[in-house]
Design a protein around this ligand. Structure first.
Ligand SMILES: CC(C)(COP(=O)(O)OP(=O)(O)OC[C@H]1O[C@@H](n2cnc3c(N)ncnc32)[C@H](O)[C@@H]1OP(=O)(O)O)[C@@H](O)C(=O)NCCC(=O)NCCS
Length: 155
């Protein structure tokens, strides 16, 4: 798999971006301030990740998606590891809905519960989002510290 940063024509990847976030309006808010990285296999674009640098010691993943036909092959994990390596001194944070498989994915990649924004999905999206029989309501924030700063494992 090859991962590249895309600077121009970011909207060409809207189909993949819409897998990670179903709202074009939301995507439009972060696509320009954010950096877009695209993963491809055999010259086919199969994954996207969008990262925004915050004004503190963290970066935020705004969108992560893998083409449904290419899941469970370690691509999502590789996209996260790529961003973690790009910002080795930063905490990586991300907000997500409480879809069970998504939470399992992030947990298996080393992400932990940080905090939640109550009613984020019900307040900001026009229609209810139902995934795996769960209606998304709160945005749950997860985080992973760089190995340098993550002392928890040593105790
Ligand atoms: C979430 C997503 C990015 C995961 O991508 P992926 O390439 O399939 O994930 P990986 O293959 O790297 O999975 C790594 C591990 O996470 C866990 N995992 C991933 N998908 C899972 C699922 N559906 N159910 C349970 N565990 C899962 C597993 O432990 C997996 O390891 P394993 O396959 O060896 O068991 C992908 O399913 C996706 O694009 N979903 C739709 C968009 C989305 O929900 N994005 C995240 C919120 S923005």
């Amino acid at each position: 798999m090859v991962i590249r940063k895309v600077e121009d024509d970011k909207r060409e990847f809207m189909d993949l971006l819409l897998i990670g976030d179903e709202s074009v309006d939301m995507i439009e808010r972060y696509i320009e301030p954010g950096s877009l990285h695209v993963g491809s296999m055999d010259n086919k674009d199969v994954a996207v990740i969008v990262v925004v640098e915050n004004n503190d010691d963290s970066v935020e993943i705004k969108n992560l998606a893998v083409d449904a036909a290419f899941r469970r092959r370690g691509i999502g994990r590789k996209m996260l590891e790529y961003v973690e390596k790009l910002y080795p001194d930063k905490r990586v944070i991300l907000g997500t809905g409480e879809t069970p498989s998504t939470l399992r994915f992030y947990r298996s990649c080393g992400y932990r519960y940080f905090h939640r924004i109550p009613n984020f999905f019900t307040d900001n999206y026009p229609n209810p989002i139902v995934e795996e029989e769960v209606t998304l309501r709160d945005m749950v924030y997860l985080y992973k510290d760089s190995p340098k700063n993550d002392t928890e494992e040593h105790f």
